[in-house]
Design a protein around this ligand. Sequence first.
Ligand code: AMP
Length: 279
Amino acid sequence: MQSRAHQLHREGRRIAFVPTMGFLHTGHLSLMRIARERGDILVISIFVNPTQFAPGEDFEAYPRDMPRDLGLAESVGTDIVFTPDNEMMYAEGFQTYVSPENLSRGMCGKSRPIFFRGVATVVTKLFNIVRPDIAVFGEKDYQQLVIIRRMVRDLDFGIEIVGGPTVRENDGLAMSSRNAYLRPDQRAAALSLYQALQLSRTLVKAGERQADKIIAAAKRHIASFDGTAIDYVVIVDPETLDDMTVVDRPARMALAVKVGATRLIDNMALGEDLADRPA
Ligand code: AMP
C-alpha cells in the first residue's frame, strides 16, 4: 500500500482516505462520496483495531462482513480497499503509541481511558501507510474528529481533515455498525439519544441558556426509557471540548448511553445561530 501510494503521488494524483472498522453502512458510504469528490484516488481501510478496545469490550463480537463491505466500497467507486491484519499492524515487539492528552480525558475518554490512544495510534499508522492528501472522518464520532484534527496539527502530518455530517436512519437514530447489536424492543430506547438532542436544540431555540438545565432535561428524557444507562451528557466548546455553563455561542451537545449492553453515542450542534464569540 505504501509503495502504491508513493507511485500515485509520483503520477501527481491526490489520495483521499476514509478509515473504517468495516460493517459498512450509509454513514460510511457518505464519507466515501465526500472523499471521492475531493481526491483522484479513493482509498478506504477496513480494520477492527484491537488497541482501541479495552479487555471486556466488544472487540471479538464487533460485526464483520468483508464480502459485503467490498461490494459496498465498489458501489461508491473506491479504488483501493486496504485490509491489514493484526500481525501486520502490530508486529511482535510493538510498543510505540500516540497519546492525545487533554482532549481525550473527558467524554468517551472517561469510561474508555485507552480508547483515543488506540485510535490516534492506528490513524497515525494508517496515514503513514496510505499517505493521503485528505482524510474524511464522521462528525458522529465528534471527540475523535476533534482529536484527529489536533493530532494532525500537532504532529505536522500535512493532511487535510474533513468532517462529514452524521447520517441517520429515517427515525433519527445515528447509523452505527453497533446498531446491529440492538434487539427490536431496544430500538425505542436507542432513539432517546436523538430525541434528547432534538429536545435540547428546541430548548436553546426557545431561549434557554443554562447548560445544566438543558442537560438535566436531556437526561430526564433518556432515563424515562427502560433499559437505558447514561454514561455522559455534556455541552462543550466545539473546539476545546471544555464544558460550557452558558450556551451563549455555538456549542456541541454530546452523549453516550448504554441501551442494554450496547453503548451508543451521538452529538449535535446547539446554538449555531448565536454569535460565535460575544463582544
Ligand atoms: P467506524 O467504522 O465506526 O470506525 O467509523 C468509520 C468512520 O465512519 C468514522 O470517521 C466515523 O465517524 C464515521 N461514521 C460512523 N457512523 C457514521 C454516521 N452515522 N454518519 C457519518 N459518519 C459516520
